[in-house]
Design a protein around this ligand. Structure first.
Ligand SMILES: NC(=O)c1ccc[n+]([C@@H]2O[C@H](COP(=O)([O-])OP(=O)(O)OC[C@H]3O[C@@H](n4cnc5c(N)ncnc54)[C@H](OP(=O)(O)O)[C@@H]3O)[C@@H](O)[C@H]2O)c1
Length: 257
């Protein structure tokens, strides 16, 4: 079934984890514009408050709410999830966008950086999305959105830990989908290519290679409404990854990507 604006009702709530910048911030803004009450979760309290104030001023109503939280404090998640449920009620969409990608030299092997990526990109996602799965399984409806990456498809020479966390997240989301589709719950795996955010800018790549976070959020919103399972944003990355997936290993290992 394709959802219409009326079935994704304006009185519903959404949670965006990693909403203080980039794709998560753009998603929070988009969902608020679409009529959702939105819980914005991340560590930077000042950023969260500023974004909420801006959204609420623009819409002329209190629709964005800040919940400061570090996703590596896994034990806090069940209680915080219940707090948001009580505050907003009728949560229909949970987006997990928190992610880190520390710079990594080609000859660097750094356990602390790898562990941080596992904690934020994988364990934080599981802590939050397990809560969403429990809720939506009981309700028999809802949308779970995980921001993974095109990076998880091959083991690249750059940043082995990052690609591994995204492969793990993609597989976890596929399992959630296979468990929950039969219960009426929609699970969307988002695989961004290059999106112009703080994380992308830290790589030093040219901004012209990237789409804006607003464009990515627009694609994600459309994919939620269409109950798509996997979204490449921008769409051309589906073709790029088709090629990359089938590059023979003896060639791939000579590339510097
Ligand atoms: N930009 C791209 O080209 C691209 C491509 C593929 C995939 N992605 C994925 O897209 C997602 C969003 O990244 P972005 O590009 O929008 O980068 P970003 O602007 O750097 O956003 C990262 C978000 O993660 C949050 N975060 C990081 N550590 C956290 C922690 N310990 N606790 C809670 N939140 C934490 C940050 O909030 P605080 O610092 O305030 O906590 C921020 O809101 C990531 O999962 C990334 O891997 C991005």
């Amino acid at each position: 079934m394709t959802l219409t604006s009326s079935t994704l009702s304006p009185i519903h709530g959404a949670i965006v984890v990693g909403a203080s910048s980039g794709i998560g911030e753009a998603m929070a803004r988009r969902l608020a514009r679409e009529g959702y009450s939105v819980a914005l979760v991340a560590r930077r309290v000042d950023r969260l408050n500023a974004i909420c104030d801006e959204i609420n001023a623009q819409l002329g109503t209190k629709r964005a709410f800040a919940y400061p939280h570090d996703v590596t404090h896994f034990d806090e998640v069940p209680t915080l999830f219940q707090t948001v449920l009580r505050d907003l009620e009728r949560i229909k969409i949970v987006v997990y966008s928190s992610g880190v990608m520390p710079t990594m030299a080609l000859n660097e092997y750094n356990f602390e950086k790898d562990r941080l990526m596992i904690d934020v990109n994988v364990l934080g996602a599981i802590a939050w999305l397990n809560q969403a799965a429990i809720l939506f399984d009981r309700l028999g409806s809802g949308h779970i959105v995980g921001i993974s990456s095109v990076s998880g498809v091959r083991g690249r020479v750059v940043n082995p830990g990052y690609g591994m966390t995204k492969a793990a997240l993609t597989t976890y989301l596929e399992s959630l989908r296979n468990r929950l589709t039969r219960k009426g719950v929609h699970v969307l795996t988002v695989k961004p290519g290059f999106v112009d955010t703080d994380m992308f800018r830290a790589t030093g790549r040219a901004a012209s290679m990237a789409i804006s976070s607003d464009q990515a959020a627009g694609d994600i919103w459309k994919a939620i409404r269409a109950r798509k399972q996997i979204l490449y944003t921008p769409a051309r990355w589906a073709w790029i990854m088709l090629v990359i997936r089938y590059i023979p290993s003896f060639i791939f290992r000579r590339l510097s990507i």
